[in-house]
Design a binder for this molecule. Sequence first.
Ligand SMILES: NC(=O)c1ccc[n+]([C@@H]2O[C@H](COP(=O)([O-])OP(=O)(O)OC[C@H]3O[C@@H](n4cnc5c(N)ncnc54)[C@H](O)[C@@H]3O)[C@@H](O)[C@H]2O)c1
Length: 295
Amino acid sequence: MKNIAVIGAGTMGNGIAHTFAQFGYQVHLVDISQNSLDKGIATVTRNLDRMLAKEKISNEDKLQTLANIKTFTSLKEGVHHCDLVIEAATENVDLKLNIFKELDAHCNAETILATNTSSISITKIASVTNRPDKVIGMHFMNPVPIMKLIEVIRGYSTSDEVTKTIMALSEKLNKVPVEVNDYPGFIANRILMPMLNEAIYSLYEGVAGVYEIDTVMKLGMAHPMGPLQLADFIGLDVCLSILKVLQDGFGNPKYAPCPLLVNMVTAGKLGVKSGEGFYDYSESRKAEKIANQFS
Ligand SMILES: NC(=O)c1ccc[n+]([C@@H]2O[C@H](COP(=O)([O-])OP(=O)(O)OC[C@H]3O[C@@H](n4cnc5c(N)ncnc54)[C@H](O)[C@@H]3O)[C@@H](O)[C@H]2O)c1
């Protein structure tokens, strides 16, 4: 495998492109928006500069990594002759099904089609292609260049051979792949989201305040970040939509999203990205909060 296409240049897509390019793969980064592509390359450049400043890479590594990424606004041109496509576009079922229909039409018959979806069924995505055995989940974690885990999700028809190829490729990126089956939330979100929801319920029911809930989990359970702050970082809209996938997929009321979460999303309080969630991220305080988080 040499040529990799990444669909979507947002938070995850640019991180995935960065990681493959740093390990010498030729990356085609595709987005419908030229602005997203420009922002994506700017983010990769900034992250490489940070690694350079910490002497984790040389200036030559930085330039080579950037040279390994080419950008495209045409999906058809971007996936031409690629051995693997990793879709990391917006989390929306219809959008992803359309992308996979197009990928199936434009990619070589041998090309493996992976998706970075957090919650959508791999089996469902595979069902709109003529190669369900070659469709697989490759769930990277944010920030991609730093986080070691890749949750590799086998759809109902994903072949052993394709799974083995993706597990081996993940190791070549110096990541740790873990194989799981395709059920709602996979493993990461099936376990994480109920915990975040329970933290929100604890706040809603007045058991404790934001600071107290996060401090118990940080200092008591050695979590690097409290659950309410983590929900803010993930995006409260994203948490809500994943909980709904769990609730619908299992038909079990234990996954019902807390009414406070629903209210906050309706009010546009989405966490870091909107400037306010459980914490205040208004411009003056945002940089300071984020800096404290990672110091
Ligand atoms: N953000 C996270 O922490 C995280 C973690 C793991 C997985 N994911 C998953 O990764 C995927 C991407 O999430 P994100 O946070 O990077 O989203 P994002 O909103 O930052 O980026 C999405 C990008 O997709 C582009 N896009 C939309 N439609 C497209 C199309 N038809 N063709 C090409 N590009 C298109 C948008 O222009 C945008 O640049 C989602 O499936 C999400 O569930 C996100």
